[in-house]
Write a protein that binds this ligand. Structure first.
Ligand code: NDP
Length: 406
């Protein structure tokens, strides 16, 4: 039993709040704090209606450390669960350090003025979190998050050594909009327009961004969803997995995109709408990607009427008892079922459920320690058990290895 402070009342925050409210034996008090109070008020009403649970709410600017510290001192949570934006990570970690409270998030820090996300900034908190005797768990959504847990589970139970990991993220859903992103548009577009990297034989190899003609892609036949074009993309969990999965020779990340989506993205990029720097418009400073975010559908608004499935998982090749083997561990999630349960769409759901489970692992002492952790450094067993129980069941099947060259 304990208190959780959830920061961020967006698509993912909404799922985390609902799912925490479903487990009152762990989360005895919930506070949701975010920049816009009306979004917290809406969720408070919804949680009362669906889960019959009263949550507390508060307005907070998570970039203002003294404001955060005051809120944490007042509410006295056992854990701060950050589902605001990556820009806030370091400020929230600073507030946790000052107040001696454990921390968790779902996305690594990214400076607002450079579209570059990596763990170095948060790993730099290692000694300070250790000295303070508190724990930070980084990247506890689906990818990163569950994909790290799948890797840890495979390392613990299925292999002596894992040589290759391919993470495949398929959204075979349909929301009926010409162009929309499934989580925060600004963060999403910054991520997918980057130069692509994968890791092979001890070094990072760069390939062109997904919208360029020479991008690397192939057709993968997903369970239930069927064949989908899957593009190589840089994704943050690879950075920690290459350090923590011993003996790994290669890791790649793939995500499905439709041709119409890529065409929209190409046009937006070509006309400068994805720029993250300020431009002058009639004496007014405008950041094009922020303006674009204001025009695009709010990802939470996609939930009603969203149909189809997400299929996300890892294909891993390695050896066990001297024999080479390949397994595929994956989850299939249905957008419409997520809406029926808690009025969410599948991408928010597949991120928010693991965040709640990770919080549960920390609050119940299954995951404990001092310092900064990526998920694969923690025991996967209870987490895997809870995925089955809380809406994200998984399967392990034998598979054929993916080709080396694509
Ligand atoms: P949204 O934009 O829907 O929600 C973000 C929320 O954070 C909003 O309520 C926003 O407030 C709030 N917020 C932003 N800045 C501040 C601030 N300074 N102080 C307080 N609150 C603030 O994003 P999503 O819910 O789609 O995504 C949330 C996080 O989840 C992101 O970091 C994203 O990268 C991550 N994510 C992780 C995934 C994974 O699998 N690991 C997958 C998908 C997302 P306001 O309402 O005022 O804008």
């Amino acid at each position: 039993m304990g208190k959780v402070l959830i920061i961020g009342a967006g698509g993912v925050g909404a799922v985390v709040v609902h799912k925490c409210a479903q487990v009152p034996e762990v989360f005895s008090e919930i506070m949701l704090a975010s920049r816009t109070l009306s979004k917290c008020e809406k969720l408070k009403k919804e949680v009362k209606e669906i889960e019959k649970v009263d949550i507390q709410i508060s307005q907070v600017d998570a970039d203002n450390v003294p404001e955060l510290v005051a809120l944490i001192r007042k509410f006295k949570p056992n854990l701060v669960l950050n589902v605001a934006l990556p820009y806030q990570d370091l400020h929230i970690m600073d507030a946790c350090l000052e107040t001696g409270v454990n921390y968790m998030d779902t996305a690594n820090y990214e400076p607002i003025d450079v579209a570059k996300f990596e763990y170095s900034w948060q790993w730099a908190y290692q000694d300070r979190f250790r000295k303070k005797g508190i724990m930070a768990v980084l990247g506890c959504g689906f990818d990163p998050g569950v994909t790290n847990v799948f890797s840890a589970y495979a390392q613990k139970h299925l292999f002596d050594t894992i040589k290759y990991i391919d993470i495949l993220d398929c959204n075979a859903g349909s929301h009926g909009k010409a162009f929309a992103t499934n989580f925060n548009p600004e963060i999403n577009i910054r991520e997918i327009t980057q130069v692509v990297r994968h890791w092979e034989n001890g070094k990072w190899i760069e390939t062109p961004p997904i919208i360029e003609p020479k991008s690397v892609h192939f057709t993968f036949d997903y369970p239930i969803a069927g064949p989908k074009e899957s593009y190589m993309l840089y994704h943050e969990e690879m950075e920690s997995l290459v350090k923590n999965i011993k003996g790994l020779k290669r890791i790649r990340f793939w995500m499905t995109f439709g041709e119409s989506y890529l065409n929209h993205l190409r046009v937006l990029q070509d006309v400068g709408m994805t720029r993250i720097d300020e431009v002058d418009y009639n004496g007014c400073k405008v950041v094009p990607i922020k303006f674009l975010k204001a025009l695009l559908p709010d990802p939470t608004s996609l939930a009603k009427g969203y149909t189809g499935k997400t299929v996300i998982g890892n294909i891993m090749t390695g050896s066990k008892d001297g024999k080479e083997k390949t397994v595929y561990i994956y989850n299939v999630c249905d957008h419409a079922e997520c809406y029926r349960e808690i009025r969410a769409q599948g991408i928010s759901y597949t991120t928010g459920v693991p965040a709640m489970i990770g919080a549960m692992m920390m609050m119940t002492g299954v995951w404990k320690g001092t310092g900064v952790f990526n998920i694969e450094q923690l025991d996967p067993d209870k987490f895997m058990e809870k995925l089955n129980k809380h809406g994200l069941p998984w399967k392990v099947v034998d598979h054929k290895p993916l080709p080396d060259k694509i």
